[in-house]
Design a protein around this ligand. Structure first.
Ligand code: NZQ
Ligand code: ZN
Length: 383
């Protein structure tokens, strides 16, 4: 067991009807908010109206930035920062999935000190303060609702990168499973894949903590149990609530307690796919994880075997990888690039992009030759 610090300042409001207290909560932070949301799902399904009513009731004026795209981009974040500065807002309120919340985290760190969001993402500028951020999650997947991470794409520099800063923790995070009833089947499945991938990145991390490994295994088991159920009954409160809770716990810090670090190599592979093909984050991971396990069969064989034993009572390496593939396929998340519409003629572009961005993990570093092999597994699958 490694030494560790457990810290998470997010006040999480979890459950049915929690946003009824949103106005009251937000009014502690001022009178004017930048209200950030996505392309329209929140308006269509009535969440926008609910939140707006709460804010109006508490006398909070809103300035809106709408249209954040899935796999968010630098340009949107910069435009929202400019608006927030011009309007002198007191806080940022984010309504949406990971893309909206991540963008809002970066916005909240850049407004006051005239920072450039890409300079912050690339750690050339270090924010010293941030506007209070309140988030309302509408998609169970990333864990962003209770962590200090944000991920952003920049097509000019050809990068999709993550950034972690304690200033990015939301002050309050509202997670009502009913706000996820309308998430379509595909994104529900990608969300389940993403939370499993977060648990796995921690599992393949450095340092051993038996209890933490048990948390991790339980999270994967819960996601594999409730994932298929929620696809069948998308408006079942209990199913949505359980999936949502796994999503939050899988990346709120606890999978790292007693360990040094996660690996995160598979996420760097997935980010390259999202950058080049705008593929959904979870879909990139159901392709990349089995490929990565195939590559690491020798170096991480013991860990893969214990995982298979814990999840399926079978420590055989090939069966374990196949079981993951079967689960992802049963959720209709792609396990090969072709299934995501990325044909073999893109092979060299992917390898070049991965090499240019030095896609790699903290515990299992990857070299050029291995990256090429990984892309082969993502297309052909066979070991
Ligand atoms: O844009 P709208 O119209 O709102 O539609 C969204 C979007 O098309 C839709 N959606 C969201 N909630 C909905 C809904 N549709 C119907 N009903 C609802 N309740 O779903 C689509 C996907 O949304 P998005 O926010 O992009 O998905 P997700 O939550 O998976 O976030 C993905 C982003 O988060 C990053 C990913 O890389 C990606 O950029 N990640 C962030 C992490 C973090 N901050 O800790 C960690 C993750 O590993 C991940 O990298
Ligand atoms: Zn992820």
């Amino acid at each position: 067991m490694e030494n560790f610090i457990a810290y998470n300042p997010v006040k999480l409001h979890f459950g049915r009807g929690v946003t009824d207290k949103l106005g009251q909560t937000a009014s502690q932070y001022g009178k004017k908010a930048l209200f950030v949301y996505g392309k329209g799902s929140t308006v269509k399904h009535g969440y926008y109206a609910k939140i707006k009513k709460q804010l109006e009731k508490s006398g909070i004026e809103t300035v809106e930035y709408k249209g954040i795209k899935s796999n968010p981009v630098y340009e949107d974040v910069e435009a929202a920062i400019a608006l927030a500065r011009k309007e002198k807002v007191d806080m940022v309120i984010a309504l949406g999935g990971g893309s909206v919340i991540d963008s809002s985290k970066i916005i909240s760190m850049c407004v006051q000190e005239d920072l450039d969001s890409w300079q912050v993402m690339t750690r050339k500028q270090l924010p010293q303060k941030s506007l209070p951020l309140i988030t309302i999650l509408t998609l169970a997947a990333t864990g962003t609702e209770m962590n200090a991470a944000a991920v952003l794409q920049n097509h000019k520099t050809g990068q999709k990168i993550g950034y972690v800063n304690p200033l990015a923790y939301p002050k309050h995070s509202f997670t009502d499973p009913e706000f996820t009833y309308s998430v379509p089947k595909n994104y529900t499945a990608y969300g389940v894949v993403d939370m499993i991938a977060h648990a796995l990145e921690a599992y393949f991390g450095e340092g051993t903590s038996r209890l933490t490994d048990k948390f991790i295994i339980s999270m994967i088991q819960e996601a594999m149990h409730f994932g298929p159920l929620v696809l069948k009954e998308p408006e079942n409160y209990d199913y949505r609530a359980n999936v949502m809770w796994v999503g939050t716990t899988a990346l709120n810090g606890m999978t790292n307690w007693g360990k040094k670090t996660g690996d995160w190599g598979v996420h760097t592979l997935g980010h390259e796919l999202s950058l080049q093909f705008d593929i959904a984050h979870g879909a990139s991971l159901s392709i990349a994880y089995p490929a990565w396990m195939k590559l690491q069969i020798e170096k991480a064989g013991n860990r893969i075997a214990s995982l298979g034993q814990a999840l399926w009572g079978d420590g055989d390496l090939r069966s374990t990888i196949r079981n993951f593939e079967n689960f992802f396929e049963s959720m209709e998340s792609p396990i090969r690039l072709q299934q995501a519409g990325i044909d073999v003629d893109k092979r060299a572009n992917i390898v070049d992009g991965l090499n240019a961005n030095q896609a790699s993990g903290a515990v299992y570093p990857l070299n050029d030759q291995e990256r090429e092999k990984l892309v082969g597994f993502m297309y052909e699958g066979a070991l």
